[in-house]
Design a binder for this molecule. Structure first.
Ligand SMILES: [Zn+2]
Length: 468
């Protein structure tokens, strides 16, 4: 028999809110695209899957991950594939490291990157002028990034430079993402308020809203409500939040004290001294968990094994604290605006190489609790982030869309099969995908292809349109 299709996905329960579909359907894939969706498709394929009893959704798009040597490392690609993700936005760079790791560790994912403005790395100082910012942005775009990341929580710039960077990105039609916080205001709800002002009406992706609602300035619940009010008052700002209790910081101690302010805060919040002794004690008791690589993935490890790993690295290893109180996490992920749209656009993880790739596990727990509908889950985990990133052929399962598909076992709350651009990435518990592609702009296409990656070129001007 002549095989009409590359792949046939049969009998799955398809949830595709962009096309108003929530029914049992067959889906046919050919040449990396969806070519037919129908209640029954005749004809053969090189590979067929019977997905009876399983949920079929457009591939998960995690718009906040880390896949660079500086954060996450090469394990992140495999961890994302195991989590059912098919597209992800690296939220720091450096773009050169992200491209290099994608070449060496790619599992078939589509990866985009925003490159950080970091004093001493991509810019000279924490108060760069507009010319310096324009140069850093042009360099980032030429290497394949889609825009800039402002790392206010870790390496804050002055408020003026932050505003200039957001304006510069808008001027180039590039993407701007911001971990709130400047040299004047902390990375908390006050920083969120400042970020809204500094955006001055320009498009902006405000990162991990939940992380500004940890009870640092008021109580966490009222901070969550203020964050929602700020987002409602600034509709040009796009946002995501994550569901994991854990944060991710550097465990490095310099001269006997943590180098990261967030690490010191994590220790004090657990009743430990903000010193290297306090860090060692917190790791031993499991309050601080070391991000330890085991068998190609990173896991959270405390106790004597975690402590030994922290010592072995001379303290230079990632650490996670239970920094995120539950109430704002749950409120932010489910809250809607007056018109019924979600207040926070997307469900992301801040994961990748940081072990909290839990869109499926924790997101489906909310579906199980009736806190999110299945359609709402698919909107937040795929459709909205695809639209915000300007990926018109992702986030839905219409004919002509990219063959990016995530298949979920709702009972076990885990992914069982994924395809990206028609290539199988995850099958059961095995990661079988290879290579991958970088989502880039016309300015970065040449560099991406020269590095040995496929390029998925988007038009920068199409970014940050309101999700439907
Ligand atoms: Zn992050």
């Amino acid at each position: 028999m002549i095989e009409r299709y590359d792949t046939l996905l049969r009998n799955g329960t398809v949830v595709d809110p962009a096309n108003g579909v929530h029914e049992i359907r067959d889906i046919a894939l050919r040449d990396g695209k969806i070519v037919e969706v129908a209640s029954s498709i005749a004809g053969g394929a090189r590979r067929e899957h019977d997905l009876t009893g399983l949920l079929v959704m457009p591939g998960i798009v995690d718009m906040h991950v880390h896949l660079s040597p500086f954060l996450g490392g090469g394990c992140g690609h495999r961890m994302l594939a195991l989590a059912g993700v098919t597209t992800a936005l690296d939220m720091a760079g450096p773009i050169e490291g992200v491209v290099d790791l994608a070449v060496r560790h790619g599992c078939g994912l589509s990866i985009a990157c925003v490159n950080y403005l970091r004093p001493g790395h991509t810019i000279a100082s924490a108060d760069p002028g507009r010319g310096d910012i324009d140069d850093a942005l042009s360099h980032a775009l030429s290497q394949g990034a889609i825009g800039l990341k402002l790392l206010g929580g870790h390496y804050p710039l002055t408020a003026e430079a932050t505003a200039q960077a957001i304006a510069a990105a808008a001027g180039h039609g590039a993407y701007a993402a911001f971990h709130a916080g400047t040299q004047s205001v902390g990375s908390n709800i006050e920083g969120t308020r400042e970020a809204c002002e500094l955006s001055a009406g320009h498009p902006l992706h405000l990162a991990h809203i939940n992380s500004y609602c940890r009870g640092q300035t008021h109580d966490a619940v009222s901070e969550g409500e203020e964050a929602l009010a700020l987002l409602a008052a600034h509709p040009h700002i796009r946002s995501e939040s994550y569901l994991a209790p854990f944060n991710g910081v550097s465990g490095e101690c310099i001269d006997g004290v943590p180098g990261s302010r967030l690490a010191a805060f994590g220790l004090e919040r657990g009743g430990y001294a903000a010193t290297s002794e306090g860090m060692a004690e917190a790791i031993l008791t499991g309050w601080a968990l070391v991000n330890l690589e085991r068998d190609g993935i990173i896991e959270l490890v405390g106790g004597s094994e975690g402590l030994a790993a922290w010592h072995a690295c001379g303290s230079l290893i990632g650490i996670s604290f239970r920094a995120n109180p539950p109430e704002p996490r749950l409120r932010l992920v489910t809250a809607t605006r007056l018109d019924g749209r979600f207040a926070v656009d997307a469900l992301a993880t801040d994961g990748g190489g940081i072990p909290r790739n839990d869109i499926v596990a924790r997101g489906l727990a909310l579906v199980h609790l009736d806190a999110l509908s299945l359609e709402g889950f698919v909107r937040k985990a795929s459709l909205h982030p695809a639209r915000i990133l300007g990926l018109r052929d992702k986030g839905h399962l219409g004919v002509g869309a990219d063959a990016d598909i995530t298949v979920l076992d709702l009972e076990r709350r885990r992914p069982v099969l994924t395809y990206a651009h028609g290539q199988r990435l995850l099958d059961g518990e095995a990661v079988v995908g290879r290579g991958g592609r970088l989502v880039t702009t016309p300015a970065g296409e040449t560099a991406v292809r020269a590095a040995g990656l496929d390029a998925l070129v988007i038009q920068p001007g199409s970014m940050l349109k309101t999700p439907q």
